[in-house]
Design a protein around this ligand. Structure first.
Ligand code: ADP
Ligand code: MG
Ligand code: MG
Length: 252
């Protein structure tokens, strides 16, 4: 079973008045098959964590380690991370002009699997995954993210997740901007992937409502650039009732 280990991770971004530390010592271990919810107030650094794990060039790691089965993830290029099995739902450009969803997915699958999927079985795989997400088949011929609605973007992310079958999936605010129906469909997709037992999921969210559909094994409260508290699903209920105040008031 693959294990992603984050130890004492410090990350800075370049701000106007010099580097600014956003992540201040994050510790987190995710194993294949586990679902972890990372929840926290806006601006606490949740997306910074996601982008840092994916290797976004804007984020500079100034301390700590990230390993996948002992291999140094921080040394890997973005592509190498994807091939190693780390998937970030938001790692791709906002729009990919001239590239259809269908071609984009096949290129990504080729990169991750190390060989091009056989066309016949691939077409079937895509068709069946799209049906489960209640996506119009015509969607496959549209250009990636061009004019996608919020719901279509999220469905496209889950479609990638289902087809690329990563070891560790990082879903950043997959629930934001979704109506109840889309939230249910997206959650069912995440749960299908989860039931394979082969994906470790890091579900990053500000809101507790997605946790009505996806029951995490672990809940972590993220505040001031680090994990302030960890627990089971009951911690999400407590957050729903009490909010993040007690974590934020502690100060930076
Ligand atoms: P969250 O996802 O929890 O809302 P973010 O990780 O997006 O938090 O942001 C955390 C803090 O880091 C915010 O104060 C944000 O303004 C700052 N920040 C994030 N990315 C950058 C960047 N590229 N440049 C400057 N500041 C950034
Ligand atoms: Mg934010
Ligand atoms: Mg964010």
């Amino acid at each position: 079973m693959a294990t992603l280990e984050i130890h004492d991770l410090h990350v800075s971004v370049e701000a106007e008045n010099g580097p600014r530390e956003i992540l201040k010592g994050v510790d987190l271990t995710i194993k294949q098959g586990e679902t972890h919810a990372v929840m926290g107030p806006n601006g606490s650094g949740k997306s910074t964590l996601a982008y840092s794990l994916a290797g976004h060039p804007k984020y500079t790691v100034t301390g700590g380690t990230v390993t996948l089965d002992g291999e140094d993830v921080l040394e890997m290029s973005v592509d190498e991370r994807a091939r190693a099995g780390v998937f970030l739902a938001m790692q791709y450009p906002v729009e990919v002009p001239g590239v259809s969803v269908s071609n984009f997915l096949r290129t990504s699958a080729t990169a991750v699997r190390g060989e091009a999927p056989k066309l016949r079985t691939w077409v079937k795989e895509v068709k069946s995954a799209m049906e489960q997400l209640q996506m119009d088949p015509a969607f496959a011929e549209r250009n990636v993210n061009e004019g996608f609605s919020g719901g279509e973007k999220k469905r496209h992310e889950i479609l990638q997740l289902e087809l690329l079958k990563p070891k560790i999936a990082i879903l950043d605010e997959t629930d934001s901007g979704l109506d109840v129906d889309a939230l249910r469909i997206v959650s069912e997709g995440v749960n299908r992937v989860r039931e394979t037992g082969e994906v470790g999921t890091l579900l990053i969210t500000h809101y507790t409502r997605i946790l009505r559909y996806i029951k995490p094994d672990f809940v972590h409260v993220f505040a001031n650039g680090r994990i302030a508290e960890s627990g089971g699903a009951e911690l999400a209920d407590q957050l729903e009732a009490e909010g993040y105040d007690k974590y934020v008031k502690g100060g930076a």
